[in-house]
Design a binder for this molecule. Structure first.
Ligand SMILES: Cc1cc2nc3c(=O)[nH]c(=O)nc-3n(C[C@H](O)[C@H](O)[C@H](O)COP(=O)(O)OP(=O)(O)OC[C@H]3O[C@@H](n4cnc5c(N)ncnc54)[C@H](O)[C@@H]3O)c2cc1C
Length: 394
């Protein structure tokens, strides 16, 4: 029994993911990272285990897991290979959620079963070269074209966009002479077979190198009318709504990266000898490990408390931001300590902690930077303080 009480089903999912990740993902994670290789056979294995349908209801071919079981599985995958974890997190948390929450019956029936089987990987196209934190300023334009739409623009930073079968793409449906800000953006379900769809530049990255990050270029891309998701003008709100899920997924990924660094460090300090003893016998080293463990456990508790509150139907945007901020800054801090504990060996590729350190950094950037999480938390905290009697207890 650990600090958090999980159900039998949640523990089973976690144990299955842990066993698979240790046996099949961990051994080749460094090689995939070095070669910047997206591994289709790994995708097929994870699909076989149902990992691409974790949050998809059984009626659509998924496992219909509860969110905490899903987050536990993601953490285990991230311990072994953070690139595999971002694939699962983006797929399950963003496009799948948007389709589940906003898709018509016909759209769900058409896309979700293939996504659950891992045949159609889901990607999320919100960011653009000139629109990151300020997503409402995106420029990709959709104009009506007969009974469909024509899209023009460039989406940036699309995780596994070159491998995806279903891409949820946010584009403007307002007109240049009547801009409607955040309400002028709609969500479209794209597939790579659409005329005018093309994968552009692939980014060369510091970390998560086995996860291809690409631009998606839309040039007079003809999109059928039945690919509009939900209501016209509501797409940005749907995308931001799905980020509550997404941020918990990234938080779980970050905890997995931090745990991998802690586990490697705990082993290393028992082996490495200086001044005639294992460095783990020095109290300064033990205190570092203690702080690493305490921060990871605190972050995990917050992530699962936020997920449980979300499952109860509570308004959790602030808590999802707190969980993402805490877990990702924990991952960066813990992996930095791990490199320090390894000394020079932490700085070279013979040991895994330099990869964990590189992988941790992006968790503070994507799905809303740490600064954006602080803006969300501050806004809601100030609103809560202004309301009622100003008590800030949760
Ligand atoms: C590996 C990777 C994968 C990604 N995958 C996806 C994906 O699948 N789909 C997708 O749509 N996007 C994806 N992104 C994009 C990611 O979400 C953006 O990079 C992120 O939102 C930040 O946007 P930006 O890079 O344009 O930075 P900017 O928004 O230009 O920010 C630059 C700096 O300014 C700060 N800043 C900006 N505004 C404020 C403010 N108001 N107050 C204080 N500070 C501020 C930021 O915090 C940051 O430190 C990915 C990015 C990376 C690196």
């Amino acid at each position: 029994m650990g600090l958090l009480a999980f159900t039998d089903e949640q523990r089973e999912v976690r144990d299955l993911a842990r066993a698979y990740a240790r046996r099949r993902l961990a051994p080749l994670a460094a090689e995939r990272d070095r070669e910047e290789r997206f591994d289709r056979s790994m995708v097929a294995e994870m699909a076989e285990l149902g990992f691409f349908g974790m949050l998809i209801p059984e009626a659509h071919g998924g496992l219909g897991l509860d969110p905490q079981g899903y987050l536990l599985a993601l953490e285990e995958i991230a311990v072994a290979d953070a690139s595999a974890a971002v694939l699962l997190s983006v797929h399950n948390s963003l496009p799948v959620q948007m389709l589940l929450e906003r898709g018509t019956d016909a759209q769900r029936t058409r896309f979700l079963p293939a996504m659950a089987r891992g045949e159609a990987l889901g990607a999320f196209c919100l960011s653009e070269p000139e629109a990151g934190s300020d997503a409402a300023s995106l420029r990709t334009q959709a104009v009506r074209d007969g009974d469909g739409w024509r899209l023009d623009g460039t989406k940036a930073w699309v995780s596994h966009g070159s491998e995806a079968g279903v891409l949820l793409c946010m584009a403007r449906t307002d007109t240049p002479d009547a801009r409607r800000g955040a309400r002028g953006i709609s969500a479209f379900i794209l597939t790579p077979d659409l005329p005018g769809f093309r994968v552009g530049k692939k980014e060369a990255k510091l970390g998560l190198r086995a996860s291809p990050t690409v631009q998606v270029v839309l040039e007079e891309c003809r999109v059928p009318g039945d690919r509009l998701l939900g209501a016209e003008g509501e797409g940005l709100l749907y995308a931001l709504g799905s980020l509550d899920h997404g941020r918990l997924g990234i938080a779980a990924q970050a905890i997995g990266i931090a745990r991998a660094a802690l586990e490697a460090s705990a082993r290393y300090v028992g082996e490495r000898k200086q001044f005639g003893k294992a460095i783990g016998e020095f109290q300064a080293v033990q205190f570092k490990l203690a702080d690493m463990a305490a921060r990871i456990t605190s972050a995990r508790a917050l992530v699962h408390a936020a997920a449980a509150a979300k499952a109860r139907g509570e308004k959790v945007t602030r808590f999802c931001s707190m969980a993402k901020l805490t877990a990702t800054e924990t991952a960066m801090w813990v992996t930095t300590q791990a490199v320090q504990l390894f000394g020079g060996y932490g700085y070279v590729t013979d040991y895994p902690v330099e990869r964990h350190f590189r992988d941790a950094k992006v968790t503070e950037i994507y799905e809303g930077t740490s600064e954006i999480q602080r803006i969300v938390i501050a806004r809601e905290t100030l609103a809560a303080a202004a309301a009622a009697d100003g008590t800030l207890e949760d």
